[in-house]
Design a binder for this molecule. Sequence first.
Ligand code: CA
Length: 242
Amino acid sequence: MVYSSQMTESILIVEDELSLQETLAYNLKKEGYTVETVGDGRSALEAARRMKPDLIVLDIMLPEMDGFEVARILRKEMSAAILMLTARDDEIDRVVGLEVGADDYLTKPFSMRELMARVKAQIRRARLLREEMGQTITSEPKHEKLSFDNLVIDLTRREVILDNEPLALKPKEYELLLFLAEHRRQMLSREFILERVWGWDFIGDSRTVDVHVRWLRQKIEKDSANPTRIVTVRGGGYRFEG
Ligand code: CA
């Protein structure tokens, strides 16, 4: 009765190393999550589409299809959080760039304690997002917008409009832009941005912020080499000018 009101979060583990797969599954089940495991990229797609997990723990080097490809495909289809497991430094650059749409990553080898912290952070964020979306639907249809000339952030639709055309932004790009816009004309350090947009328990580095700022500039600046909207502040940070 008690637990019927609370939904169990589900996690899909994609890992071809069987001992690690089993260890992950064991520990996550112990925490009360519903867990499924698969060992290759194609099965990952099938399983994710079927179970619609809240979180996907996704290894990169996989048989059939690698984790980058899996993340790229699933990112377009569902809102599951993606925590990538990387084994090599050259993978980290791609993951940190988050061109694949991962929400966080862990470098092998990692401790179960580290993994649990990341999993919980992602699950918590997913839950908050769900709650926020629920509130949006049930509340009055008020349209909250932030407008800066030809750039409009529609908070209700989580959409950004530039010159009357919707921009295709990744979730983190949107969150970053919104955060900058809500602190217009304030100097924000990379660390502060990282903490507030990615969460205090995201163990990335400030390159993550730089990469996302670069992408945002490419999308919202007239000339991304000479930005006038998101300007770099000497001494380590960014400021949104509007
Ligand atoms: Ca592997």
